[in-house]
Design a protein around this ligand. Sequence first.
Ligand code: ZN
Length: 274
Amino acid sequence: MLQKNRSGRKSTGSVKTKRKSVSKSKTSAAHRKTSAGKSRKNSRVRQRNLRMLLICIILMVGVSIGCWYGINNVQERERKEQEVLLEQENSGSGPEQWQKEGAPYIDVELLTPNEYSRPQIPIESVKYIAIHYTANPGATAMANRNYFENLANTHETKVSSHFVIGLDGEVVQCIPTSEMSYATNSRNVDTVSIECCHQDEIGKFNDATYDSAVKLTAWLCVRFGLTSENVIRHYDVTGKNCPKYYVENPDAWIQMKADIASQIEVDYKLKNTQ
Ligand SMILES: [Zn+2]
């Protein structure tokens, strides 16, 4: 009995304990639920805050990049305008005045300084004018100029020219004549280079290109106190087949030099009457 009683008491006690523990576990489960709910809520809030922070950062970075580009573009434009003005000041004039002196119209589209096409190395004194052909049939003067410009990004090779003459006789200036171009190898140090566009593989300049090449070369000769003897082909420096047609047809080159010499005479007369 005692045992029974004991066990009964015991059993009564254990039921109580069980009840207690059940109610405890219910409470702690409810607690867990609440705290789980709370922590879920907290984590949702944290995630939302993180998302907001991330969006803010992305927006700030975007706005900063936008501002940076905007400022850079304005600065780049201002720099190019200043360079054009500087080139015109250095020569004492601009494209209109140059035309009065016998030059064809020159569209000054200077390259952005970069080590692949416009290294900004000064030419101490211009002693030669070198004629080239682009070896790129049908391409325009601006396309050739933009190819030089793009070398700053592609790093493909080092090449450029002071002037490019197009198929319509248009002249684009890429580099100031006070700076070196990468066109005529060992003669880059004292030579102003002219690239001429051509229609086909033969490499002969059409009338418009030829006319501008003669006028531009003659005007440069007068400007730097040179004669037609100082007009050379790329071939005369390195033996390269450039300008192709005028290497393969020496008579055509002799004729071109004679035409340049005549134009130099005309330009000197123009100069004296101004
Ligand atoms: Zn050449």
